[in-house]
Unconditional design. Sequence first.
Length: 339
Amino acid sequence: MSKSQVLAWAADSPAGPLDITINLAKPEKDPRDIAQAAEPGSAMGAGGDCVLCWQRAADGSLTCAGAGGGAVRPVRLGDEEWAWWFSPYGYFPEHVIVSAPVHRPMAIDRGTIGRLIDFADAYPQWFIGSNADLPIVGGSLLAHDHFQGGGYRFPLMKAPVRRCFALPGLEGVQAGIVRWPASVVRLRAPGRGALLEAAGRVLEAWRTFVWEPSGIRPWTDEPGDAGPSERRYHNTANPILWREGDDYVMDLVLRNNRTTLEHPCGLFHVPERLFHIKKENIGLIEIMGRAILPGRLAAELPEVRPVCDRAYYEILQAAGVFKDDECGRAGWAAFIATL
């Protein structure tokens, strides 16, 4: 994607400078269509037309339709051979896509954390992260497990820790809450084993955490059409990992995709009054401080620029499960107590 297809500028915010981009090439997607595409019965959910599926040719080379004709390279993550390539969209410098060897849904668990660490060990010059694994808070491709990374230092990665806390039994791990509009736990560890244990503990505690004052429920049991009820899970996270010297640094952005009658598109989604600016899922890139706004806004520049700046910060605040108020601070305290 050429630079002429992306309009970009820096926006001042209470969290520091944020990146605002208007993408003239990226089609705007409805969150409901994204969720439907991930269902097993859909063409994408079953693996048809998947731009992240890759193959090994007879000569041993790797190919992928989503690589845009670029080179596809193998990388060992855990006990699997994954593949990576430079994104043809290039949303930021050295933007890489890392794709699982089989077509399976996104998943965020300890195995995910281990594979991210493996990638960071292989390519310590890049950050690596994952979209969430649930509709509304996930990215636009939920049906195929994959990561994104690259050589860019996002605004979130520059944000300071505003409060430290201890993880019992993991004295070598530094843990804290990041000064960011979304809700972020930062972990710093000198070794991969300590980081894996700390991140696993935070993730597993968040998966079952309840905080009714903010509407946080980990799951909902919904009646089945002709059988038992179906449990829909709501709590997940965006894990983001990078190296600083010998240390591993991981941000876990806590996410929840619960909907209500008052907020049918998501309790922690873009407010409907801002849909004229952005209505798509807030995925990995955007939760880290780089807005990807629809091309239709370009015709309204420069008048719409300050509106976009304010709206994006509000969108990040809306994604935060613990707001910066008395209720949110009490929620943080309750969650940390579970660790």
